[in-house]
Design a protein around this ligand. Sequence first.
Ligand SMILES: NC(=O)c1ccc[n+]([C@@H]2O[C@H](COP(=O)([O-])OP(=O)(O)OC[C@H]3O[C@@H](n4cnc5c(N)ncnc54)[C@H](OP(=O)(O)O)[C@@H]3O)[C@@H](O)[C@H]2O)c1
Length: 335
Amino acid sequence: MKARENEIAPNGRLKRGLGGRVVVTGGGGFLGTQVVSWLRRQGARDIVVPRKRDLDLVDRQACRQAVQGADTVIHLAAKVGGIGFNRENPGELFFDNLMMGAQLMEEARLQGVKKFVAVGTVCAYPKFTPVPFHEDDLWNGYPEETNAPYGLAKKMLLVQAQAYRQQYGFNAIYLLPVNLYGPGDNFDPRSSHVIPALIRKIFAAKQRNDDVVEVWGDGSASREFLYIDDAAEAIGLATERYDGAEPVNIGAGREITIKELVHTISELIGFQGHIKWDTTKPNGQPRRNLDVSRAEAAFGFKSKTEFHVGLRRTIEWWAAQPAASEPVAGAAPQR
Ligand SMILES: NC(=O)c1ccc[n+]([C@@H]2O[C@H](COP(=O)([O-])OP(=O)(O)OC[C@H]3O[C@@H](n4cnc5c(N)ncnc54)[C@H](OP(=O)(O)O)[C@@H]3O)[C@@H](O)[C@H]2O)c1
């Protein structure tokens, strides 16, 4: 794909951070695919996406190979899932995410990588962070229990990034995206997050003319959601423009309760049945809403996609998938 003129710096060179080889771990995943597209649209030519089938980054040697020749590393590879998956796999989530991140950053440092972009998660925030979550509150408590092993394993990369900056002058930045959604999301009921889980259930109920859909929790928890293209742009802009030690929230700055979310999805799908709340199942973290001012000030990121528009696109994408016609069982979990 040809670079667009106005996205190339006046001196004719690619924007800072995007020239040279960019390795995007997890670049074949939900977020990674969009990050790679964004980079290509900016004119980046040498993008390498190591796949898990070839290089399992839990292994140190694979990390070494993955970063070979890289100028920039954007680390998106992770083991991820919704609340049910997190409850069943806390050990794997902790170990795999910690080992992948720690070893990859160490290998990047040893091989002289110029910039390392570590992507963390909103799950790293303490369970009862004052809303909106500000980056300065990141260490004021333990995360919500179901996502603590995942969130903390990823949070160690912030410690590593700051330590490496201090001791080695290594340019590693740390970003904290909120819950993402959009076309191409994981709709597998065993590991999906709340939006795809709800869309799948409600869409199937509508097709079967069911009267009732059962949902985990009591609907009182709140979440913030960022459309996938916006998240990709944020990561791209940070790669290009941000070289600070401080972590940066990536979000839309808009809070919605699970109850409102369920009603909005039902409306968009045209499901008119009843929602049964399974209060024996956990709500997850009580509230989630990010202060997004630092991202705007530091690298000019502001989310663009209106929530209803993003949701409609996601539902339309799902409706076109062959799996949308397959039956699903059980209640929709959330994270
Ligand atoms: N989705 C969200 O709501 C959300 C919110 C906040 C932060 N994040 C963060 O954003 C990043 C991307 O998440 P996502 O939703 O795009 O997840 P995803 O679709 O599951 O993508 C994760 C990618 O990681 C790769 N991967 C997993 N284990 C690996 C291993 N052992 N070795 C090498 N590669 C491995 C997979 O590569 P293959 O495709 O080659 O198997 C996969 O493409 C993660 O760091 C996640 O923590 C996501």
